[in-house]
Design a protein. Sequence first.
Length: 348
Amino acid sequence: MTEKLSQKPLHVASLSQPPSAHSDPIKAPAPDATPAIKKRVRRDWADDVAVEDLPRISMVVPCFRAAETLPRTLESLKDQKYPNLQIIVIDGHSEDGTIEVLEDYQDMIDYWISEPDKGQVDAINKGFDQADGEIYGWLCADDSLRPGALRRLAREFLRRPDADVVTSGCLRVFDDGTEVRTQPDPKYYDDLFIKNTIEQPSTLWRASLHKSIGPVSNRLRYAFDWELWCKFKAAGAVFTSLPSVTSIYYFSDSNLTSTGGRKIADEMFKIVADYGPHNGKLAKVYMRLYKRYDLKGYYDAENMSMRSKFWFRVSLWLLRKRYGVRNLNLYNWNFASRQERGLTWTTG
């Protein structure tokens, strides 16, 4: 059974700007009263941006069986207090209470639907079909935005009218309580066809760019965001970045990126083969490193024999001579290897 709410009027009361601190009448002090000392109030970083100048942002929230985490995601969007935000939620016909959550938050959601779909990419594309904003992004139903995130990103689009994509930092939270703060790597753009360091929940892009590229490709299940960034770059999109941490990315046992293992490695192979240097041959080198060395612990084991270490280093030296030092040093599939071996990991 499909449940659907039609779009509501553009103005959303729950997302409107909070009243000004000076909206109440100010009483003049009595003639003999001591003048009040004016405290220096720090202006909000975005106070210099008029509300009417903020671009409309369309945020798609794909979800499936997300009754426990979806409220956290929606609350983070509500707390943005962004005055021109379109929230679209696409649910894959969940029966765990997700629909009840959507009904509880329906006043702040512009559009939602619950029906069977073909997975996360299908849900994301359905959402963008309903989008009418100038800026696009998606936020998975187990992640959240930090306060002020959308204003920071929107302000960068205003400051950089030539920019097509704005990315930023992220707080990664793992099941064991480990937290890792990331910032955009200085070479994230240069290395994009080999290694993905762009944090998806901390990234927005122009709707015009998205429409020119077409829908998100559904050929990949795990690395489809990386492939989208590669398509943007191949199309000549201008990327810019902020050091600010704008999102919280939760890794759990149900998170695709946390459990992919070999499947993630296979998809990374496809991307490097399609976009990487040396006509994609670097992908075969990476897969060889993954199968022959990484899965056997050469990248993380401390108890390897001297003989094993020697031949491993010789192999890397020969490959660096042929494919370049930096290209070999960018290999970062160890997180997938650790997943496949059932080990813990915190970075990728």
